[in-house]
Design a protein. Structure first.
Length: 134
């Protein structure tokens, strides 16, 4: 079951500059930066109430770099917090959504993650997230 919007991911060319810009916008600093080796990205998180904003800077071979090259900087994905990622993956695949990975993988911010192909979600890259340890 989807519980809430967990975060909105924004692709950026320069994380340092983006952190400065969004710190000014939100009136507070990022609470965490993290390298996600498997995705080739460095992330930075801002907490806004129950929702987070995740800034993502990718290396030259990453999906983020390819996204920016094709579309420019901007909103990359929306992530939803789920109670049981395995059950949600089975349910959503049964509903006709295309999963980009068959098993959840470790993502940033202590989460198990899975992405849904944008072609099966009206052009939106959807990420499912479950806190590791739940």
């Amino acid at each position: 079951m989807v519980r809430k919007v967990e975060h909105i991911g924004i692709a950026v060319k320069d994380l340092s500059n983006a952190n400065e810009l969004f710190s000014k916008l939100f009136g507070k600093a990022s609470y965490k930066e993290e390298m996600v080796e498997s995705e080739g990205v460095i992330t930075s998180f801002f907490q806004l109430g129950e929702t987070k904003i995740e800034l993502l800077e990718g290396n030259e071979d990453s999906a983020i770099a390819k996204f920016i090259e094709k579309r420019g900087e901007g909103i990359h994905h929306i992530a939803f917090d789920v109670e049981d990622i395995h059950a949600e993956m089975i349910r959503l695949e049964g509903e006709g959504f295309q999963l980009l990975n068959k098993e959840p993988k470790k993502g940033a911010d202590n989460k198990l993650i899975c992405f849904l192909h944008p072609k099966s979600a009206n052009g939106v890259l959807v990420e499912l997230c479950q806190e590791i340890g739940e």
